[in-house]
Design a protein around this ligand. Structure first.
Ligand SMILES: Cc1ncc(COP(=O)(O)O)c(C=O)c1O
Length: 430
């Protein structure tokens, strides 16, 4: 059976078309026959909900990152929601986040790093970022602190890393939770430690555009056993029962619990102690994740190489005259996702001119997420309770002047030379 599945996977993989050098799309899933083989194996297990591949994926990831607990979930948005909502649980006593508490964050980010704060009735407090690193400005965090501050919830920007040391000091001094959205930074290190492993809770993405993929999917990670229990319960409908999927009576007391106003002998599997949902993944997704994790180190190395190739060529061509090139802190060994460029003031062209030209030449670009989130229609129409510290000058500048190009692992030197030649053509004409 295994050989037949392998043969079938190779046949399917062989139908993938090679890509030309002069088309450089935005991120693309990078895989080979192994991902297809494992996914078919997961289907042929006939288990389908999370099972052996999920267990293997969680184990492999905690072994790689050196974090104690990894809980898979179905998307990044779900992961951030789980991570933040876990901090509202009554088990955390006076440290729990409650309605009206403040959480420091940035407007220059992905919406679902901020939305869980709003949906849990806490108040997001927005501070500005630095122009060159695109990371949160530490001095602004200090200005934002108030007696109501309970947490900081931010992402590392585009595979860079925020100023971990300074933020750690602030969190320790003021007893704040830190929710670290590590979606864009898998494999990045700060002082030799992986991002996503520093604090209370972090999240990582496996959406196709990221370092590795599992179709849709994310994880929530923590070193704290109580938080892990809370996260898992929130993910699994907040059932009171803690049996794994498909397991029964692991407490040896399945019909012996009496909670709420339920009658005696009520099945523990169907007792819900909070209002929540099912946010689990399937074992097919986890199977793809297992195959991808084995390639993670190679992918990170390729991304770093591609990033350096652009950086060296853009520097050699003197393009720092037009753009701020990406910059990280000296302590950071970044596992880059994209290569971002911020137009310097007073150029003879706009960001839109450049992006349109690149797109006409089949070179994919992206803007930096939702920046500035406060200007998005959804935010304007639905969010009333928030605070802005001072102004969001750099956030606004970046919203209008930054874009990024791709460096993912399939991009070849020929692709990059093509991109560089198009930048040259555009800039020489001005
Ligand atoms: C920093 C960050 N957080 C959260 C998300 C949301 O992830 P998902 O699309 O899996 O819901 C993204 C998406 O790319 C992201 O970049």
């Amino acid at each position: 059976m295994k050989e037949k599945i392998q043969e079938l996977a190779e046949m399917i993989y062989a139908t993938q078309k090679p890509r030309p050098d002069n088309v450089v799309p935005v991120a693309w899933k990078v895989f080979d026959a192994t991902e297809i083989q494992y996914a078919i194996e997961a289907i042929s297990d006939c288990h389908w909900t999370e099972w052996r591949f999920n267990a293997e994926f969680e184990k492999k990831l905690w072994e790689y990152l050196w974090i104690k607990y990894v809980v898979t979930t179905n998307s990044g948005s779900s992961a951030n929601l789980l991570a933040f909502t876990a901090l509202t649980a009554h088990e955390l006593k006076d440290r729990r986040i409650q309605k009206g508490n403040e959480v420091i964050t940035v407007a220059a980010g992905f919406p679902t790093t901020v939305n869980p704060i709003i949906q849990n009735w806490a108040v997001p407090v927005f501070v500005d970022i630095e122009l060159e690193t695109c990371e949160i400005d530490i001095e602004e965090i200090k200005k934002a602190l108030s007696p109501k501050t309970k947490a900081i919830m931010i992402a590392h920007t585009l595979w860079n890393a925020f100023n971990v040391k300074a933020i750690r000091e602030i969190c320790d001094e003021h007893k704040l939770w830190l929710v670290e959205d590590n979606c864009d930074a898998l494999g990045t290190k700060y002082n030799w430690e992986f991002t996503g492993t520093f604090w209370d809770i972090s999240t990582v993405s496996f959406y196709p555009a990221h370092h590795i993929t599992m179709w849709e999917g994310w994880v929530v990670m923590t070193n704290n056993v109580l938080l892990k229990k809370i996260i898992k319960s929130f993910r699994d409908w907040w059932r009171d029962c803690w049996c794994a999927t498909g397991e029964d009576n692991s407490c040896n007391n399945r019909f012996g619990w009496q909670l709420g106003n339920l009658p005696k002998w009520f099945d523990h599997k169907y007792i819900y102690s909070r209002i929540w949902y099912n946010l689990k993944i399937t074992d097919m997704q986890a199977a793809i994740g297992v195959a991808q994790l084995d390639k993670l180190e190679d992918y990170i190395a390729l991304r770093k190489k591609n990033f350096q190739y652009y950086y060296d060529n853009f520097s050699k061509l003197g393009y720092d005259e037009y753009f701020h090139l990406p910059k990280s802190y000296p302590e950071v060994d970044a596992s880059w996702f994209g290569f971002w460029l911020t137009l310097k003031p007073n150029q003879k062209f706009t960001r839109e001119d450049m992006v349109m030209f690149l797109n006409e030449n089949k070179i994919g670009t992206r803007l930096l997420f939702a920046w500035n989130y406060l200007k998005q229609p959804g935010f304007i129409n639905y969010v009333e309770d928030y605070r802005v510290v001072w102004d969001l000058k750099n956030t606004d500048y970046i919203m209008e002047n930054t874009f990024w190009i791709w460096i993912y692992q399939w991009i070849t030197v020929a692709n990059m030379d093509y991109v560089i030649s198009k930048f040259k053509e555009f800039l020489d004409a001005r």
